[in-house]
Design a protein around this ligand. Structure first.
Ligand SMILES: *Cc1c(COP(=O)(O)O)cnc(C)c1O
Length: 429
């Protein structure tokens, strides 16, 4: 059964954690409040399985929220990290592997002629925006409602009422000034984008090309092309945040799948192979504005950290055609099986290779934007997740997140998952 037994090690740890860490965690979604239960405290993990401090095993579909595309503790990635660690954990000086990683990224994403590494996706999107503003001499950004680009002040913005609105602070502590230059538009709403571009001189249009932070809400046919065209007509840069999709939905990320070339790409998660690393990059002329080549300041004590670079490089090297075929087949088996398990219930499964979301809303209400995702039955989703956890399956503990299958998930893991899913649907009926 689950871990909420009052005398479990998890509950003891949680009680201790609550006294020292806000909400008992170091990042909010881990607390599992959205599904109405206590967090899992993890002891260890291997491949597609994660084990909590009480010895409960779960098939893991969170996989650290995306970095672990080869599952946990892959021996070759561990070797790479240990090898790097033995040579020194950080130098504050450049290394060969950083150049190798930049080469590998460029082979996959030809639009990224140069890149700058950071330690988190938040820093990477913050720095990409600074560069976009410097390059265009403009301040305003267009961002989509429900899209997440890290906890950058100016991007913790929410829309008001109306189609395209000036951003309002989405958190106390974010100043009105920080979000005033952010224009918020509903995802997949071409008319709203066109209207916003007609009204504002933008530094950048910023988008997750396949949004996965409001649940998975792929772009409608032609929408990314429209963003490219509108950015060009406006004189704005197109910044694609591929922190989740990059290296996951295919070798060259969502930009390759869609055939849409951004000016700047934000990368993270997989690029660090489970250690803290992220990056932003684009055309040489643009990236040469970054210090010390250019005048746009950007820096980081641990940027390009040798352990993270070793993990990232090894992770990318194992992402060959076979790996992508396997990941796509696993995603497809899961998506098809979950939809079948849901039967006639008001549930829809949205998937692209490497990502999926189970939305608790009827098939007659396709989720195309954040408002659609918010209309889902989060209560029923929570109950279903609790029932899955009790059966040894660890889904993302929020309706607004995606499942992250990995190359470590086998047919047997999928089978176990689908059995648990069917039983969980029956339990919450
Ligand atoms: C996770 C995420 C970020 C932020 O990355 P951190 O490393 O958590 O700061 C940015 N953009 C997207 C699309 C993400 O999913």
């Amino acid at each position: 059964m689950g871990v909420s037994l009052t005398d479990s090690k998890s509950s003891e740890l949680y009680a201790r954690a609550l006294r020292r860490l806000p909400g008992g965690v170091n990042s909010p979604v881990r607390a599992m409040r959205a599904i109405g239960r206590d967090p899992l405290f993890i002891d260890r993990a291997e491949g597609a399985e994660i084990i909590d401090v009480d010895g409960n095993h779960y098939v893991d579909y969170v996989c650290s929220w995306g970095p672990l595309i080869h599952g946990h503790a892959h021996p070759l990635i561990l070797d790479a990290v240990q090898g790097a660690a033995r040579r020194g954990t950080t130098f504050g000086a450049p290394t060969a592997a950083e150049v190798d990683l930049a080469d590998e990224v460029h082979r996959r994403l030809p639009s990224v002629e140069m890149l700058r590494m950071t330690s988190s996706g938040t820093e990477a999107s913050m720095s990409a925006i600074r560069l976009a503003r410097a390059a265009t001499g403009r301040e305003k950004l267009l961002k989509f409602s429900g899209a997440y680009h890290g906890h950058v002040d100016g991007l913790l913005a929410q829309g008001g009422s109306g189609l395209a609105t000036a951003g309002l602070p989405a958190s106390p502590g974010v100043t009105a000034a920080a979000t005033a230059a952010t224009v918020i538009v509903p995802w997949n709403d071409g008319e709203a984008v066109v209207a916003a571009c007609a009204e504002h001189e933008l530094a950048a249009i910023l988008a997750e090309p396949i949004p996965a932070n409001m649940g998975l809400v792929p772009p409608l046919e032609g929408f990314l092309e429209l963003l490219r065209n509108q950015a060009d007509a406006n004189g704005a840069l197109l910044v694609l945040d591929e922190v989740i999709t990059g290296f996951r939905v295919g070798r060259g990320g969502a930009q390759e799948r869609a055939g849409v070339t951004p000016d700047l790409t934000v990368m993270g998660k997989i690029i660090g192979g489970g250690l803290p690393a992220a990056a932003f990059g684009g055309a040489r002329a643009l990236m040469e504005r970054v210090a010390p080549e250019g005048d746009v300041y950007q820096a980081g004590t641990l940027s390009g950290n040798p352990l993270a670079v070793a993990a990232g490089l090894q992770t990318l090297r194992m992402l060959d055609e076979q790996a992508y075929l396997r990941l796509a087949a696993t995603t497809d088996a899961l998506a098809t099986g979950l939809a079948a398990a849901a039967a006639s219930r008001p549930v829809q499964v949205v998937a692209v290779p490497g990502l999926l979301t189970v939305f608790f809303t009827g098939a007659d209400e396709p989720v195309t934007d954040y408002a659609g995702a918010q209309a889902c039955d989060a209560e029923a989703y929570g109950a279903w997740c609790r029932a899955l956890l009790a059966r040894g399956v660890y889904p993302p503990p929020s309706q607004f997140e995606a499942w992250f299958p990995s190359t470590a998930h086998t047919g047997e893991h999928v089978e176990r998952t689908l059995e648990a899913a069917a039983a969980a649907f029956a339990e919450i009926a």
